[in-house]
Every structure is written in structure tokens, then in C-alpha cells.
Design a protein around this ligand. Sequence first.
Ligand code: 4AD
Ligand code: MG
Length: 478
Amino acid sequence: NQLLSRSPENVFELDTVEVNGRVRSVRRQKKWTFASIGDGTTLEPLQAIMTPEQAENISTGTGVELVGKWKASPYHESQSHELHVETLRIVAPVDSATYPMQKKTQVQGHSVEYLRSMPHMRVRQPFTQLLMEFQSACDYSFQKFFHKRGFVKTLTPILTSSDCEAGGETFSIKGPITKNEDGTFFKTQKHLTVSHQLELEALAQARDKVWSFSPTFRAEKSDTSRHLSEFYMLEAEQTYVHDKKEIMDLVENCLRSCVWMLWKSSGGKAIIYGKRSEGPGDEEAHGNLTKTLEARFNGLMEGGWPRITYSKAISLLESAAETFEHDPVWGGGLTSQHEHYIAATVGRGSPVFVTNYPKSIKPFYMLSTPAQPPDLGEMVENFDLLVPDVCELAGGSMRENNLETLVANMQEKGLLPQKTDGHLSDEDLGTYKDYVDLRRWGYVPSGGFGLGFNRLIMYLAGVPNIREVSLYPRTYGH
Ligand code: 4AD
Ligand code: MG
């Protein structure tokens, strides 16, 4: 990376350099052999030139340590300099006949299905290697953003009792698979968390501004290009907040700062401009992808993303109803087609916040909107952030802080029993006892959001399927 990232006018001939990496491809000519070497830090390989004798036992995949001279190249248009190998040491030989990641041409890459079948090898593809770095840079930008604003990063549990989204989409765990006769290690059934929000709310009541970046799990039987069974969620919770506008500002600023950092980084540039061997191979497709990604980055870096209400979104959708498979109706959820339409038409390049969804289709913890228009149903103080293709990127809300209303919400959704005397015992509250307790003992107004990290990477990198941005994708049935 150090050698390749020098601009041509800045290149000086180094005496002796050392390069470690894997052979991506070998081209053998009579007098010289040319090998492309990659170390995972760049899309473009480094060209090494050596004698046929030196190259005798190398092939795609071989791990090598090279020492040589960095000299101006008369052979390669794409690279001003090349490595003239003096010594070549094979540190990881491979059997070229069985190595699964054979060199493929730019146009005809390995199929995504083939690559998905072996995530441990897929990551040796230059683009997937680059994604690793890109994700790490995003993570770093979150750290910087929240740290600067006085948020503390908290380590919330993955094993939980409650179901935050109450959608019944939790994976259950019992305990060790051996020597455990009754199969209940924790005495009762536990789950893998679907969201860290319930814990973050408790922590925010103590420390005002908290965030987490953690694995979350959903047992959704959704076999789509946007759903994973295990994904990373960025979540933040803030107290002394009285308006969801403040939380939307937080989401917008967080994403903008992330994208600014990526825009300026070499990894970000490579994602936008680099030619991917796994992606569209021809010039036109490459040009179109680059344009799309540039527009996405620009749209995210600009402030003032549109904010419209759900009711407004429904009326916009109604005016284009013939284009959708499912008719938009007030009170129903938005389909991905609807979300895509809103993002593409209202957003003009930037994401779009849609606010105040009907209470009946949103979780129990969302604060009710106080003044309801007379002809519509109840609504909540929430928002979803929509972008084209990926659709829902983030969701957040103000939290219900009133004990009675919260309990009533939970009863309405069948999470708590209806009692005629109105009194719910600790046993009745069950796994939600702690959460309800927070409202008993002084709940400061609070709001927060969750952002799907894998979806963000999909969007920024222009990857059509979430399985290709997750190093080890877990999806329904896979
Ligand atoms: O909208 P969700 O379900 O919201 C929550 O879990 C809140 N408790 C978060 C909070 O307020 N602290 O999930 C948040 C985001 C979605 O907008 C989406 O981007 C992503 O998580 N997401 C998924 N990503 C990949 N695969 C799935 N199955 C996902 N489900 C949600
Ligand atoms: Mg949501």
C-alpha cells in the first residue's frame, strides 16, 4: 500500500524493499515472469518481475516474502514502478490444482453463490478485503463521533430475558449441549438479544448519553437481500431530550461525520472509484456504479435531509398507487417498494426521515404523539430513515416515560396480562419488570435510535446483497 499509494511524481527509486503478500496471478513469458501480489490493503495488485526459475513454484494463492528493487516500469501502463525481485521466499505453498480461488478475468468473476459457500476463502478477494478495512474505518468514525460529543460506549449483554421488539423473533438458548439433563442452564429460557435498547435506556437514565455497537439477532424468516439473522447495530440513547428532532439530528450528524471521514480516506476512494473484479466488469457498468456511489456520498454529506410524516408519505404513495404491488393504506406498514419510492422521490440524493407512524404497527416503547389529527388513528413520536435500494437504514423514537401508558401499551400488544383490579405483580411483569421499574423510579425524557451497520455498508459500497458485505453472513436457512 505504501509503495502503490505514491503518486507517480513522488516515486523515487528505493534501494531495497521488502514486500509480503499473496500471489494473485502469474503471467509467464520466456525471459521474465510477472506476478501480481496483493496484501489486502489495495484493490490493485503490486507487479513483481522475476526470472522463470524464481517463479517456478508459485501460483495463485501462494504466500510469499519478496525482497527486491523498486524500479520504473517499462511494461505496465497501470503501474509506474514494479518490484524487481532479488529473493523470493515461499512461506505458504498452495496446490494450484485444488486452490479454490483461481484467478478469474475482470469480466467473469467467481459467482456470488460459489463465494458465499466459503466465507473463509471469499475474504481473499481484493474487494472483500477492502470491505474489511472500510468497515473498520466506519467503526472508528463512530468512536470519534460519539466520544467527541460526550457519549460513553457501553458493553451491553447479548444474552437476555426480554424481547425488545416484542416481535417474537428471538433465538432461544437453553445451555450447554452436553451434561445438562434439563437443558436450562439459566433456570429459565434465555434469548439472544434483538436490540440493546432496553439496557441502553437504563444506562442512559444514569449517564445521560450512551451508545453501543454490538451484534444483534433476529429469527426472522425473511430470505431477502436486506435481512440477516445476525447483524451489527449501532444504537444510541440520550436523556433530557424533549423532541425526536434532536435524535434525528444525532443520526444525521453521525452519518455525515462517518461519510466525511470515509470520503477522505484511501479505503473510501477505492470503494467509490476502484474497479472491482467481483462487481460489474465492463467500463459502462463501472462508470455507472461510480456515479451512483459519488451521488450517495454527496447526498449523505449534505445536511438538512428531508423529514416528512408517515401520513404525508401515504398520500404521496397513494398518488402513485398503480406502480406498487401492494396498495398503500394509512395504518399499514410500508413495503420495501413503498420505502424505495419515498427515498428516491423525496430524498433527491439524501436519505429521508419518515416520522409519526401509526401506534398500532410500532413497538410498545414509543412515546405517543400528543395531539392527533381527528380523522386519523393514534401515532407515535418515531422516525425511520430511508434510503433507495436498502430502504430502512435506521429507526428511532422518543420513549414512553409514563408508567401507566407504557403498561397499557404493553397490555394492548398482549405482552402483559389485563387485570381487573389494575394491579400487576412482579410476576405479571415477568421479563419486562426492570424496564417497567425504570418508569416507577424517575424516568427522565429519553430518545434513541438503532442503525443497521451491514445495511449502511451495503448502501455506501453499492453492494446489492447484504450477504456480500457480511464476512460471515447468517441468514434464514443458511
Ligand atoms: O428497526 P429496528 O428493529 O429497531 C430497533 O431494534 C430499535 N430497538 C433500535 C433502537 O431504537 N435502539 O432495527 C434497527 C435497524 C433497522 O433500521 C435496520 O437497519 C437494521 O436495524 N435491521 C436489520 N439489518 C439486517 N438484518 C435484519 N434482519 C435487520 N433488522 C433490522
Ligand atoms: Mg425499524
